[in-house]
Design a protein around this ligand. Structure first.
Ligand code: 13P
Length: 214
């Protein structure tokens, strides 16, 4: 199971969360990573935590002001990137372009999708993983693996039907160890979460709970 903590644009102490992620990951043996704001990638990488980008632009080096260049993200220490997050949607051609950019920079890729049909379409572009995140459950208190287990199962089926090598993650409302365990039972190989950690009074305690049933 892979636990990927997306800090979005929350006003949290990113380096403190990253240090806790590194410690919990090292001590539990569970793979965990942090996806901070692009401007914080190097700072987060310096904590020793596995570091991911929240987005890369579908561009090559050149005249692209305001872009998030995959090579720059990798130079800052990221080893992977989200693409097409629900809060950073891309057109199909741009998802494909962002995947090419990530490949060029040797970044692992997770393409996000709203539902199983989009998961199937995303899997056809051959990312390393797809993540199903129903937008209506994002930021809520009830985990996708509890509120809508069928969507996770259907996402696994949809991805497998297209490409068995594409892993399936799920996210939205995940905040406890039993949410993570339920996701695993449904066939997910990773979870994406944000508010459960970024808005917690004690992020480290939440991180320990997240890995408690793996
Ligand atoms: O969008 C998400 C992770 O990328 C999920 O967010 P929440 O964990 O806040 O529901």
């Amino acid at each position: 199971m892979f636990v990927l903590v997306n800090l979005k644009a929350y006003p949290c102490d990113g380096p403190a969360v990253a240090r806790a992620v590194r410690e919990v990951s090292e001590e539990s043996g569970v793979r965990m990573a942090v996806a901070p704001q692009a401007a914080q990638l190097e700072t987060i990488h310096d904590t020793g935590a596995e570091t991911w980008a929240q987005h890369v632009s579908p561009v090559e080096q050149g005249s692209h002001t305001g872009s998030t260049l995959a090579e720059a993200v990798a130079d800052a220490g990221a080893v992977g990137t989200l693409i097409n997050h629900s809060e950073r949607r891309l057109r199909l051609a741009d998802i494909d372009g962002a995947l090419s950019a990530a490949d060029r920079a040797d970044l692992e890729t997770v393409v996000c999708a709203n539902n199983p049909a989009q998961v199937g379409a995303a899997a056809a572009l051959a990312p390393d993983a797809v993540a199903v995140e129903p937008p209506e459950l994002i930021g809520g208190d009830v985990s996708v693996s509890t509120a809508d287990p069928g969507v996770v199962k259907d996402a696994v089926d949809a991805a497998t039907a297209v490409d068995e090598d594409v892993s399936v993650f799920c996210g939205a409302g995940v905040s406890t160890g039993s949410d993570v365990a339920a996701a695993g039972e449904l066939g997910a190989e990773g979870v994406l979460l944000a508010s459960g950690v970024a808005k917690a009074d004690d992020p480290e305690a939440v991180l320990w709970d997240l890995v408690s049933e793996i």
